[in-house]
Every structure is written in structure tokens, then in C-alpha cells.
Design a protein around this ligand. Sequence first.
Ligand code: NAP
Length: 475
Amino acid sequence: MKTSPLYLNGGWVSTQTTLRVVNPATAEPFAEVCTGDRKMVAQAVADAHAAFPSWRKLPAKARGDYLRKIAGELEQRRDEVARTITLENGKPLAQSRGEVDMTVAHLLWFAEEAGRCYGRIVPNQADGKRHLVIKTPMGVVAAISPWNFPLVLAVRKIAPALAAGCTAILKPASATPLCAVAFAECVEAAQLPKGVFQLVAGKAGEIAAEFLANPLCRKISFTGSTEVGRTLIQGAAAGIKPLSLELGGHAPVLVFEDADLDVAVEGVMITKFRNTGQSCIASNRIYVQRSIYPKFVERLVEQTRALKTGDGLEDGVQVGPLINEEGLTKALEHIEDATRCGARLLCGGKRIARKGWFLEPTVLSDVPARALCMIEETFAPVAPVCAFDTEAEAIERANASPFGLSAYAFTRDLDRAYRLMESLEAGMIGLNDGVPTTSQCPFGGVKQSGWGRELGSEGMDAFLETKHVSLRVKL
Ligand code: NAP
């Protein structure tokens, strides 16, 4: 079994301790990655701090050029990196290729954004004074990423941090560290100066404790569960450590009777089954207006039954395995709980009898609001549907959640579309669109779904300090 080293201060470092990477399609380990301890993380922070002055001094264009080189390396290795994502995460190969493409797009976007960190000059408010607002990089950034989109969600942090002039240390999810190793190889091939980007792996709590306590680490950018986000907020209190948090979601979908049914069913299929339902912006609660409810449910069940589930490396597979036994058990519990609460199981609902963590794509109808799947993320290919009567009721039910990451609505009524975009409590709203993410627009949540935004121009702000310079001048 191949063991990958860590990437620290411009070199590859092997350690005595490792973690095993398991293929969710077979439940068997196939690779190992070295792990580091807290002392090693402290050294990485010191090395990142040492690399910071010269990295920030580079012209923005030069930092952008480095990002373009990394993007070029990744693009050349597209198929191989996509295969790695499928092996460690399980998602179908076509979706892994899509993840690599989106990562490249993010790198190219932030390569350009490096040159657009504009400050401003404010008209003077008193004689002999001039006011400048300037933006400067924060310093050493720690990035902690999840397993569900293991490459793109890590790079969403690293690319803007580097573009802003910060140096960065990545701690990927333990389930999916291999594409982070591939990314570090691309960084090495692009010849970034040592210490500008580093990769550590190991015990999350221990690594995060060093990031939180070390005063040289100026920012933690985290994507993962709301539960871990909460512990980071607690840990950040002592040092008032700035945090960006991309946390859990519980997206509602509202399908109105005036919607184009083909567009609505297609949109729901994407939001629900992409990445085997393991997406923070996956639809969790599907509300359909009563007059079209039977027709919509029939179409949804028909298309769900037609999905091909299997090993993501096999041709034509649309739904892969869940990430681990725990994920599968949680999904089965949610299905059982929903039926106990009175929901009807229309298709799927069972574990697939083969190696790995496979669940039949599932549709549940008439799911009551008290069912667990209407409250917590199921993170699985399980689609709970129920009916609503009025627009006001739909909006109220959509907003009745502590989460607010994404929301979706299908309608052809322009007035209604405006009412929805203004009243739905979510950071991202897909109107007649099940795939709202793009490099150029902000991504993030309201309520317990997080703090701050990634991507767009806002994605740079997370790594920049804003300073007001008040200048007395003799004119
Ligand atoms: P997770 O368990 O919170 O893990 C995320 C990352 O945090 C991993 O690298 C994990 O390391 C690390 N971690 C675990 N315990 C930690 C601690 N005490 N301190 C600091 N870091 C710690 O989440 P997940 O299961 O990987 O991801 C699924 C969740 O992420 C879902 O809730 C999903 O909605 C959310 N998510 C949100 C977004 C968004 O943009 N808002 C995007 C994707 C996913 P180990 O792997 O080593 O434990």
C-alpha cells in the first residue's frame, strides 16, 4: 500500500504515524498518508510565518501567475486526480472530473482577483487631511476542509488566501487526504516558494488546537459540520481568532404549480442525488404545491428508480456509495424514523447487498415536519417530499430551520420569484436552478450555516485586513 508523505516547508516529510484511506465502494483500505503531531503543526506555522513577508511583497500579478501554474498542473492531471477523488470519496467519475474542473476555475478566478483587491480614496473631511482605505493580507491562514468535495472545498480557501498574499496550511479531512496530496504536488510543480503552502494531516482536534492557540496563525477558515464549527468558535474565544465558517445546511425546495415540471424534476434530481446526496447544498425538504403533488411525486419516483447506483469508477454510474458505515446507518435511521412518523416509502430505502456503503436511492412522500430528515441533514440519496397549499405557508415552512445555506424554488411567476429571493432565509438561492455555485459569486450561509462567504469578490475579503489611513498633508 502506498504511503504519501506530508508537504512541509517546500519538502516531502515522512513520519512514523499514518492514517488509512478507505475506498467507500469496497470498504477496503487502499492507501496511507503520514500524520503529524502538534509540534509539527507549530513548526509549519512558524515556517509559514517566515515565508509571509516575501510572498506578500510579490506583485499581485506574480502571485496570480503562480495560481495559474497550479491550475495548469491540475488540468494536465485531470483524469488521474478525478480517479483519486472517486477512490477516496466514492462519487461517480464524471462528477469527480467536474470537481477538478471547478477547482481549476476557482484557481483562475482568484489568480485574477489577486489584482483586484482595491482599496479606495475617500474625499477629505477636514482641511489638510486625506483618507485612504487599504487592504493588506492577514498573515498565516489555516484551512480545514471536509471529505464531501475534498479538492474543490480545500482550494476555495487556499486559492484566495494565496492570492491575497497570505501563506496557508491545509488540513484535509482524514477520509479524503489523497487529493490534497495531489494538490500539494501541483503546488510543488508550480515552484511556489517554500512555506507558502503546506499540507498537514492527523488528529483534527490536536491540529486545530495549535491553530487556535498559536498567535502566528492569524485566521482559520473551516468547512464542515455545524457541531465542529461551534467547538471552533468556543476555542477561538481566548485568542479572539478570526474564523470563516462554512457549516451544515438543510435546503428547502419549493415547487409551485406554475413551475415547468420538467425543469423542477430535473432540478430536484440534481440537488438531491449529486454527490450521492452528500452535499451541504443538497435539498433536504421538498415542498410541492398540492395541485401538482401527485404528478411531481410520480415523475420523481420514476427518475429515482432509473438512477444507476454502483462503484463510481464503473461506466454510467450516477450514484456512488456513502462515505462510511456511520453515514449509511444514519440514512437508514432517518428512513425508518420517517416511516414511523407516517411517511410513505415510495422507492428505495434499503442497503444494497454488496461490499461498500451503498443505499438504494430513496423517495419518501407525505413526510411530516417532525420527522428527523426534515430537521437534520441526512447526507444521503434520500428525498423527502410533502405538500403545501399557499405561498405564505411554503415560505414559512422553508424558513423554519436553524440552517440557512441554500434554498431552491421552481416557478414561472416573476413577481413570486422576487418575493422568494427576498424572503427565503438562505445565503444562496437557486431559482429554477439546481446548481447555483460558480467561482464568480459568493457562497456561504446565514443562521447556523456559517460566517462569511467564499468565492466571488467576497472570497478575498476573508483573508484581507481593511485599514484606514488618515494622512495629514500640506498642499
Ligand atoms: P466535520 O466532521 O465537521 O469535518 C470537517 C473537517 O473538520 C475535517 O477536516 C475534520 O477532520 C475536521 N475536524 C473534526 N473535528 C474537529 C475539531 N474538533 N476541530 C477542528 N477540526 C475538526 O464535517 P464532515 O463530516 O467532514 O463534512 C460534512 C459536513 O460539512 C456537513 O454538515 C456539511 O453540510 C458540511 N459542509 C458545509 C459546506 C459549506 O460550504 N457550508 C460544504 C461542505 C460540507 P477529520 O476528518 O480528521 O475528523
